[in-house]
Design a protein around this ligand. Structure first.
Ligand SMILES: O=P(O)(O)OC[C@H]1O[C@](O)(COP(=O)(O)O)[C@@H](O)[C@@H]1O
Ligand SMILES: [Mg+2]
Ligand SMILES: [Mg+2]
Length: 335
């Protein structure tokens, strides 16, 4: 099986990035280098995760992040590793991280790119050996080079992404990304220390039979979401929810399905963060033929106003997202 360029399964990530760059005659290699920097940090974080139980890196770090969540030690380690790799790589002027209150200026004032990152996704699953991940979005700066990135550079809508992806640290470690020309997945071979093309041209099924939502907060769901969950049960869909966005998203991307983190009466804006969770996965799913909304609006068109703003997420197979939206719409029309 080959990707659109005819690159066979087993092609290294490096070679793939290089070949893809040739697609863009004006490309100057900076985005390619940035992707390599992310892959390098992923290898280091993967090693820490695989040995977490042996090293003193499990458990809480003893501080809270700007979201008021208790940081896990691996949240902090992953944050340090990715920031270091992006800073040393030289291509990124500013970083937005879930674990940092403010945007980080790397000092690479010539850097053309802004990266928004969730260094460790699925923190509640870190110590229990369940798949976790890293999520990243890449934007070109709009301000002049030669100075730090501005808030306008940081607060760009998802449609401005030039790249996005995630790493899933699961039974195998994979890097899945897009630069707006399809979605490709690479599996890490730790014995060779290389990512190899294993999932070329990922396309998500138009529909599926898997729904992923935390029904533990069912009582606080909007009526439309309650009705969609009932619809899934009436149609004997399988409920699958591991509590790691990357893990639930990846499964549904390959098999067909929908992941929902709705607004609730307790959390009217939902839980997930637009800048470094929703936008990246929305870009990926759309490039794979899927859909991502906040229940009514396209995630990628939402104009951010804050670095850590939250938004509801309905993402996955397009027909399933459409169906969920129908129930929400019907609820609005009734009220
Ligand atoms: O426990 P809940 O409320 O279902 O939330 C689970 C969701 O929260 C997250 O853990 C949030 O991400 P972080 O772990 O990066 O904070 C998602 O990965 C996951 O889908
Ligand atoms: Mg997360
Ligand atoms: Mg996180």
């Amino acid at each position: 099986m080959n990707d659109k360029l005819g690159l066979p399964v087993g092609t290294t990530l490096d070679r793939f990035i290089m070949r893809k760059q040739e697609d863009f005659p004006y490309a100057t290699g900076e985005l390619s280098q940035l992707l390599r920097d992310i892959a390098l940090a992923a290898k280091i974080v993967n090693r820490e995760i695989n040995r977490a139980g042996l090293l003193d890196v499990t458990g809480a770090y003893g501080q809270q992040n700007v979201q008021g969540e208790d940081q896990q030690k691996l949240d902090v380690i992953a944050n340090i590793r990715f920031i270091r790799a992006l800073r040393n790589g030289g291509e990124v002027c500013t970083i937005i991280s879930e674990e940092e209150d403010d945007a980080i200026q790397t000092g690479n004032t010539k850097g053309k790119y802004i990266v928004a990152i969730d260094p460790l996704d699925g923190s509640s699953n870190i110590d229990v050996n369940v798949s976790i991940g890293t999520i990243f979005s890449i934007y070109r700066r709009t301000s002049e080079q030669g100075c730090d990135g501005t808030m306008d550079d940081c607060l760009q809508p998802g449609i401005n992404q030039v790249g996005a992806g995630y790493i899933i640290y699961g039974s195998s470690t994979m890097l899945v990304y897009t630069t707006g020309n399809g979605v490709n997945g690479f599996t890490y071979d730790p014995t060779l220390g290389e990512f190899f093309l294993s999932h070329p041209n990922i396309c998500t099924p138009k529909s599926g039979k898997i729904y992923s939502i935390n029904e533990g907060t069912y009582n606080f769901f909007p009526e439309g979401v309650k009705q969609y969950v009932t619809y899934c049960k009436d149609n004997e869909y399988s409920a699958r929810y591991i509590g790691s966005l990357v893990g639930d998203f990846h499964r549904n991307l390959l098999k067909g399905g929908i992941y929902i983190y709705p607004s609730t009466s307790k959390a009217p804006k939902g839980k997930l963060r637009l800048m470094y969770e929703c936008n990246a996965l929305a870009f990926i799913v759309e490039q794979a033929g899927g859909k991502a909304t906040n229940g009514s609006e396209r995630i990628m068109e939402l104009v951010p106003t804050e670095l850590h703003q939250r938004c509801p997420l309905f993402i996955g197979s397009p027909e399933m997202v459409d169906k969920a939206e129908e129930f929400l719409k019907a609820e609005v029309e009734v009220n």
